[in-house]
Write a protein that binds this ligand. Sequence first.
Ligand code: EPZ
Length: 417
Amino acid sequence: MRKLIVNGGNRLVGEVSVTGAKNAVLPILAATVIGANESTIFNVPRLRDVEVMENILLSLGCKVERLGKMMWVDSKPLNNIKIPEELVREMRSSIILMGAMLSRTGEVVISYPGGCEIGPRPIDLHLKALREMGAEIEEAHGFIYCKIKGLKGCEIQLDYPSVGATENIILAGVKAEGTTIIRNAAREPEIIDLQNYLNKAGARISGAGTSVIIIDGVKELGNVTHNTIPDRIVAGTYMVASAITGGEIVIKNIIPDHLQATIAKLKEAGCIIYTDNDSLKVIGPKKINSIEMIQTLPYPGFPTDMQAQIMALLSVADGTSIISETVFENRFKHAEELVRMGANIRIFGKVAVVKGVKELTGAKVAAKDLRGGACLVLAGLKAKGTTEVENIYHIERGYEDFHIELKELGADIKMVD
Ligand code: EPZ
């Protein structure tokens, strides 16, 4: 079992360039099946989740070529409507293929994605919206069978600004008859990137990034070339790496506007942050300030995907911080691992009380999910002694060469089998 071994105490100094956004490229790869066209996508990160989506496209009959950070998909030969169960189980976000496949073939069979480490991850909002658009959906034996006579555009009010549900409705609306309006839509930047990719292929979508998205159905989509936006969560993770080690890191290839909530909280923690138009510099403080309250919220609020990372930072802050996780049911599993390293964290439902300690000590810990794994590495960078992080396959789902990049920034870190 591979693990990361971190010897803490080094200041991280240097530059790191951020890869393309996992949560932008996954819906875009799902969208490639809609048009029976060729898509050339640049800035595609080399991640396990991207490989899973690539394997799903191949299993559907698409042609996929990968050259470095570029991925080419030809969805003309698509000849299958059943998404392989083992791949859906490996990556629950493949549920957004439902909308894309309904647009392309009018039917799809997909296994129930099931929950994951951070909560039950229901898909009721997805299914309710697709039914409103005319899909006949049956759930039986752990599978979801969707059939459609013709997707009809309609007005959908989301009970919660779900990222995945917003993406699924967009993908189902691209070729639907008439206009689809999504109200209380998620406003994440990755949805704007999906809109941009689809409009370049000939779709007619507007409003992504706001709470109201309008999709006018079109007849077909043409070939498209697209450059994926940078990953704001990977960027935020390296920002915390600088903050927790009192370092000085320049993070390149970013869109500062996507990082405003993270920038604000790291400044509250005492970081000095300079931003340029596509990069920023984070100078970590000698003394980390505690933060009275952090609440994770849908974009543009503080991202839930940065909650674990900031908890690592606050576990060595000067004072007590409160973290309220409002987005997911069960996203504090990293807290018990931080406590093994000497952190003083108490969980009350969806609220964590983090009392900063003078020092963390290295320990054997295990990643329980993607961002929780990154959090434990960040804590190891600071802890006295050696930290061993197991189950690093979680980290590899969302971070490309994480330990290599950290080593280049001066961390004493290695991967062992
Ligand atoms: C996306 O997940 C991201 N994944 C997540 O990133 C991210 O944490 C999340 O959005 C929130 O920003 C991808 O984009 C691949 P949601 P998604 O639907 O779409 C509830 C990472 O670390 N909900 O906005 O699944 C749900 O249970 C991952 O990169 C329903 O109740 O998130 C959750 O509590 C982790 N019913 C909340 O909404 C539904 O039908 C937010 O979920 C759908 C969601």
